[in-house]
Design a protein around this ligand. Structure first.
Ligand code: EPU
Length: 439
């Protein structure tokens, strides 16, 4: 199991280009089994979740290769509708395959999906959406059997705008004759990106980015080349890293609109933020200030995927910050490790009250989920002394070589490799690991 060693106190300074967005790429890879012919996804990040998705596509009979920053998917030999249990349990987004498999083969079998340990993540809305399209669903001991023999276009109403359920219905409906309308759809930028991708393949979808999406079914789709949007959460994480170290950064391909909820909060903290022609720049103040209460919400509200990093930042901001996690029920597990660094945080249910302290100190830390892990790296960059963050594999699920990106910006971050037994030795921070060059 790998980790990161972070030596705090170095200012982040420089320019970075953002990887393709994980949460755009995963549904796009799933949708790549719909067209005839080969699809090429450019700017495909080298992350564990994309590798797992590629593994599932290969098991289903599609040929999927990830190399040189590209994904190539040939759906020509898609033949299986049963998703492999082991891989499906690894990533939540395996559930996104339900819609496209049904759309193409009219039947599908999935195991209840896995993913980050951030609370109960039911799939009732996915199933409700598919039922509204005529899919007959039977659940049997954690396995979900879907029969799409009588599928037809229809009206889908979500009482909560689930990202994954919206995407699943879009992918299931794109090849269904007639018009499907999704009401109270999720509005995240990644939904718009999926619409754009499906339309490049020959689909007819409009409305993504608003609450109502209209899918006019087409007979077939054909392969194409597509570049997904840049990752707004990686962008936000790098902005936090710059702010935590009193540094400055230019995100060359960031889309300022996608990062607005985050940059508005960072302005409250005293950061200078500039929109560039095709990017975004941030300069941190001498001392950060606390922000007004932060409530995570579906887009265009504050993204839950940036909550942990902002919480880490608030630990050394002057004054009191309140953070309320509304989207997931168990997404504050980073608090325990931040306290080990000297942070003053009180948690009551889904609400955290952070009283800013002068500085954090290095400690031995452990990522519990993807974004919480990234938040610990952010905190360690701004802290005094050395920290180790264990379970780099969780961070690797969504960040393409984070240590390389941060090292390129002047930070001191190394990847460490070490055995399970060695990591149990609580006494030494760096000794049990051997360092691997960040480059
Ligand atoms: N929910 C239900 N029933 C459902 C589906 C969702 O109750 O059928 C609940 C969930 O339990 C959760 C809330 O609705 O409490 C939001 O879930 P949503 O379906 O919107 O999220 P998701 O599709 O599972 C995607 C991202 C997440 C991101 C959320 C919210 C991908 C691959 N994942 O998940 O990304 O947090 O939307 O924006 O797109 C991450 O990148 O770290 C991450 C967790």
């Amino acid at each position: 199991m790998e980790g990161f060693r972070v030596t705090g106190g170095e200012k982040i300074q420089g320019q970075a280009r953002l990887q393709g967005a994980k949460n755009a790429v995963l549904p796009i890879l799933a949708a790549a089994l719909l067209p005839e012919g080969e699809t090429v996804i450019r700017d495909c990040p080298d992350i564990r979740d994309a590798q797992a998705m590629a593994g599932i596509l290969n098991t289903l009979g599609c040929a999927c290769r990830l190399e040189n920053g590209q994904a190539r998917v040939d759906s020509g030999r898609l033949c299986r509708w049963e998703m492999p249990e082991e891989l499906s349990k690894q990533i939540r987004s395996s559930i996104f395959l339900l819609g496209p498999i049904l759309g193409k083969l009219r039947r599908a079998t999935v195991t209840f999906p896995g993913g980050c340990d951030i609370g109960l993540r039911p799939i009732d809305l996915h199933l409700k959406g598919l039922r509204a399209l005529g899919v007959r669903i039977r659940e049997d001991g954690g396995v979900i059997h879907c029969d799409g023999g009588s599928m037809r276009a229809g009206n889908v109403y979500f009482d909560y705008p689930s990202v994954g359920a919206t995407e699943n219905v879009m992918m299931a409906a794109v090849l269904l004759p007639g018009i499907t309308t999704i009401h109270n759809a999720a509005r995240e930028p990644e939904i718009e990106d999926l619409q754009n991708f499906l339309n490049v393949l020959g689909g007819r979808i409009r409305g993504a980015g608003t609450k109502v999406i209209r899918v006019e079914g087409v007979q077939s789709l054909r392969g194409a080349v597509y570049t997904p949007i840049p990752d707004r959460i990686v962008g936000g994480t790098l902005l936090c890293a710059a702010a935590a170290t009193g540094g400055e950064i230019e995100l060359l391909n960031a889309r300022p609109r996608d990062l607005k909820p985050v940059t508005e909060k960072m302005k409250e903290m005293g950061c200078g933020v500039w929109e560039m022609e095709d990017g975004l720049a941030l300069k941190a103040p001498e001392k950060l200030r606390a922000f007004s209460p932060l409530h995570t919400r579906p887009h265009p509200g504050f993204p839950t995927d940036m909550q942990a990093q902002m919480l880490a930042l608030s630990c050394t901001a002057e004054g009191e910050s309140v953070i309320v996690e509304n989207v997931f029920e168990n997404r504050l597990s980073h608090v325990e490790d931040l306290r080990r660094m000297g942070a003053d945080i009180q948690v009551c249910g889904r609400r955290a009250l952070v009283r800013g302290v002068a500085a954090l100190h290095g400690a031995r830390l452990r990522a519990r989920d993807l974004r919480g892990g990234a938040a610990l790296v952010v905190a360690a960059l701004g802290a005094r002394g050395e920290s180790t963050v264990e379970r780099a594999d969780l961070i690797d699920r969504g960040y393409d070589h984070l240590e390389t990106v941060l090292s390129g910006l002047g930070a001191r971050v190394e990847r460490l490799t070490g055995g399970e037994d060695e990591r149990k030795n609580e006494s030494g921070i760096a000794a049990p690991f051997s360092a691997r060059s960040a480059g």
